[in-house]
Design a protein around this ligand. Structure first.
Ligand code: AMP
Ligand code: MN
Ligand code: MN
Length: 317
């Protein structure tokens, strides 16, 4: 087991970061760890570096202190990489490269471990759950518990997806004993959408196309549509899950335009297609039931290429 406090006991400066376009798990894990280290190591300076996360996470303690700019810094004594490998850190990668000690904590099967110390557990549903496992129970408090809980619900779809284990539920039970308002947090951070987010979701559903005899579905949102609704990529979170909810769909694909002839692709499957394999083929990664990648070409090129690999995965099962 990795001893977080021991690894940091001599550190004066500690940095924490996670993947670009941070999701709930990434934000929860980073801020949970940030709070814990600040509390247990009051002599150390601890900083979180992340691309600006969605405002829905602003209630998590430490949100306002996240650095979303990446100025030149003295090398960190310890630098944590959470919920990804060094390849998805974006600008924060420069701190990773110069740090004296790097600790990578992640649950992506596609991550071979990029730190000098690695704690990679693909069988665990979220990085937040991993951080919880590594914390000493008597040092937890309500704010730390809330950060970890939000991270867990985001990556497990509120304890629904198959990455939820009995142990995940037991940890969820322990966490809600700290007394935060979990029904409201689930509603406001996971289910609630703004009017514009709901409209673009509706548009994506309306324009979706089924293929491979209806067991796959795809929808794409181009830059001009995003501009029309005045939405950013983080407003599109959750669309792929709604596509996968459709009866008969084994594999759902959602793509949005991220550049000229470039699409960010999200993949979800119900029980057969290993989408981590499909995404990995195109340079991305993730988990068996949820994965992503970035692809070049027209929408039709992308979907033709994806469809070949999805069909191959379907034939395997
Ligand atoms: P997304 O559909 O982008 O929400 O991602 C689904 C899952 O796949 C998440 O666990 C992501 O962290 C992971 N993922 C998405 N894109 C990539 C990528 N390019 N490389 C590795 N993992 C990814
Ligand atoms: Mn994540
Ligand atoms: Mn995660």
């Amino acid at each position: 087991m990795l001893d977080l406090l021991k690894e940091c006991e001599e550190a004066g400066r500690i940095g924490i970061s996670g993947h670009i376009r941070p999701d709930g798990d990434c934000v929860g894990a980073c801020l949970g760890l940030w709070q814990y280290l600040k509390k247990c190591l009051p002599q150390a300076q601890v900083q979180v570096f992340l691309e600006k996360p969605a405002d829905i996470f602003e209630e998590i303690k430490g949100f306002g202190e996240i650095c979303s700019e990446f100025p030149e810094e003295e090398p960190f004594d310890v630098f944590f990489v959470l919920d990804c490998g060094a390849d998805r850190l974006g600008e924060a990668e420069k701190y990773f490269r110069t740090a004296n000690k790097t600790i990578n904590i992640d649950h992506h099967i596609s991550n071979p471990g990029s730190g000098s110390i690695n704690y990679i557990r693909p069988q665990v549903g979220s990085s937040s759950e991993l951080i919880y496992d590594l914390m000493e129970e008597d040092k937890l408090d309500r704010d730390i518990a809330m950060a970890i809980y939000i991270g867990i619900i985001h990556d497990t779809g509120v304890f629904q997806y198959s990455n939820t284990s009995p142990a995940t539920m037991e940890k969820g039970a322990k966490l809600i004993r700290y007394g935060f308002d979990f029904p409201r947090l689930i509603q406001e951070t996971f289910y609630q959408k703004t009017y514009l987010q709901a409209q673009i979701l509706g548009r994506a559903l309306m324009e979706s196309i089924r293929f491979l005899n209806g067991c796959c579905i795809v929808s794409v949102i181009d830059r001009k549509v995003m501009d029309f609704y005045n939405v950013e990529p983080k407003d599109l979170d959750g669309i792929v899950n709604q596509l996968r909810n459709i009866k008969g769909v084994e594999c759902a694909i959602f793509m949005y335009q991220s550049g000229v002839l470039e699409y960010k692709v999200s993949l979800r499957s119900s029980e057969k297609v290993n989408v981590a394999e499909v995404a990995a083929y195109f340079g991305g990664g993730g988990h068996a039931r949820a994965a992503g990648c970035t692809m070049k070409g027209t929408f039709h090129d992308c979907i033709n290429n994806l469809s070949l690999h999805i069909e191959r995965e379907l034939l395997k099962s």
